[in-house]
Design a protein around this ligand. Structure first.
Ligand SMILES: [Zn+2]
Length: 454
């Protein structure tokens, strides 16, 4: 019988209340380390006298200016007595249009795609429990409405008022509340579920052995890596050879580029497992070796090209971060500390530098930048320089190497037809019996004349 109805406001306004002015103030980063969210309302009687005013902060989950407006409305309505007829004055046009969509109408499932649907649903519940008759009106912005200015000033004051002890309860009155790790999911439910599944598949990808062969997957910033993969312009356009570049990027990330070691694993009958890098003949041609191969020709030196491109990337990123507004002022040491990060160390290339080459963003880089910039700023600032860096790696190292490699294969008598054959070694007839299967790798160095001629 006496079931306690949860309340959001602990204020009980007198029945003479006729108008509520509501407003809010949202200070997102970088002005505050975390979003500061404050709201206010002022209750007026029919003679225009202020009955009561209230302001407070709310928890910064799902931070947005609109959420605050909706919450100010919810808190104001929950402070009203039963059976009130009330006019709510707001300068937020979006609040009015959402009100007519979701409150002035029967429940529609589309509301679950709306941010703050739990707040809207709670407003619905309060309206029917208290039998409220509510009309929303728009106060023209900058119209010098004294009461609107008053409530606006109150909301702004809440940010700095140290007297505010307890925040209003975020007890929601919605009939059905979806929670995730005890956090009410007050956002587009479809998007939320999609994000969860995205995160699960990213996790499945991240634990693949190919990502932790030489160091831990926790050294990689997976959120940033995913952002740069999804956001990259290379996936937007498939024209002008971009689809080949797109394929290169995916194979690079997954270590599926057809380097000699990959080919030796796949077709040991064609590529003798003892062969070393055809260019330098000093190490197996792995993915990392593409960038560290010490082979030097006047026009082509993978390691030197890699170093040049990596340092250009460092300069490019540094310039962009120096001209981006930061959460806190950048110290004088910022540039020096940024340039000293391990991922730029290419003498010889460090693990995190090789990760960067593989499109995996080292966490040491984003953690350092995280002291000064928000995640989204870091990701979107790194995105374009990284894209350009990988495009240069593709053109200046991979394509050049692939042309060399193609000629080297021909010189070994490995033809396109043999490569595409699904048959095993027993059915392959080597075109020439003088291929030294067990001897030293037939290397480019011995074939310089061949390239001069072709
Ligand atoms: Zn080499």
């Amino acid at each position: 019988m006496n079931k306690q109805v949860p309340r959001i406001s602990d204020i009980q306004l007198p029945s003479s209340v006729s108008t509520l002015y509501i407003d809010s103030s949202f200070l997102p980063p970088p002005s505050h380390p975390v979003s500061s969210m404050a709201f206010a309302w002022t209750a007026i009687d029919p003679d225009g006298f202020i009955l009561e005013s209230h302001y407070n902060n709310i928890s910064s989950i799902f931070p947005s200016a609109l959420r605050l407006e909706v919450f100010a409305l919810l808190h104001g309505l929950d402070s009203l007595p039963q059976n009130s007829t009330i006019t709510v004055a707001t300068d937020c046009a979006q609040l009015l249009s959402l009100w007519s969509l979701y409150v002035d109408a029967p429940f529609i499932p589309k509301m679950l795609k709306e941010s703050n649907h739990l707040l809207w649903s709670s407003i619905h519940t309060i309206m029917s429990q208290k039998n409220l008759d509510v009309t929303l009106v728009k106060v023209p912005a900058h119209a010098d409405d004294i009461l609107n200015n008053h409530v606006d000033a109150l909301a702004k004051a809440a940010h700095t008022d140290s007297q505010l002890s307890s925040r209003p309860s975020l007890e929601l009155l919605a009939p059905c509340i979806l929670q995730f790790n005890s956090l009410p999911v007050d956002m587009n439910i479809w998007k939320f579920i999609r994000d969860i599944f995205d995160a699960k598949s990213l996790l499945t990808l991240a634990v693949l052995p190919r990502f932790n062969s030489y160091s831990s997957t926790s050294d990689i910033d997976w959120a940033c890596t995913k952002f740069c993969l999804n956001n990259n312009k290379q996936f937007a356009s498939h024209r002008n050879g971009r689809s080949e570049f797109c394929g290169f990027c995916i194979k690079l990330l997954l270590d599926m580029l057809s380097t000699l070691t990959t080919l030796q694993r796949r077709k040991p009958h064609l590529y003798n497992p003892s062969w070393l890098c055809p260019q330098c003949n000093s190490s197996p041609e792995t993915l990392d070796h593409l960038w560290t191969c010490p082979y030097i020709l006047p026009e082509f030196s993978p390691l030197n090209t890699f170093k040049t491109l990596l340092l250009a990337l460092r300069t490019n990123c540094l310039d962009k971060f120096l001209s981006t507004s930061s959460l806190i002022p950048l110290p004088d040491s910022f540039a020096a500390e940024f340039m000293a990060l391990d991922c730029w160390n290419c003498e010889p290339p460090s693990f995190s530098c090789l990760k960067l080459a593989r499109k995996l963003i080292p966490i040491s880089l984003t953690e350092f930048l995280g002291n000064y910039f928000s995640s989204l700023i870091i990701w979107s600032t790194l995105d374009t320089p990284l894209h350009d860096f990988h495009f240069d790696l593709y053109v200046q190292i991979w394509l050049c190497r692939s042309i060399f490699f193609h000629h080297w294969e021909l010189a070994q008598g490995i033809t396109k037809k043999m490569k595409s054959s699904a048959l095993g070694p027993s059915s392959i007839v080597y075109p020439s019996s003088n291929i030294p299967l067990d001897s030293l790798t037939p290397s480019f160095t011995g074939q310089a004349n061949f390239f001069k001629m072709s």
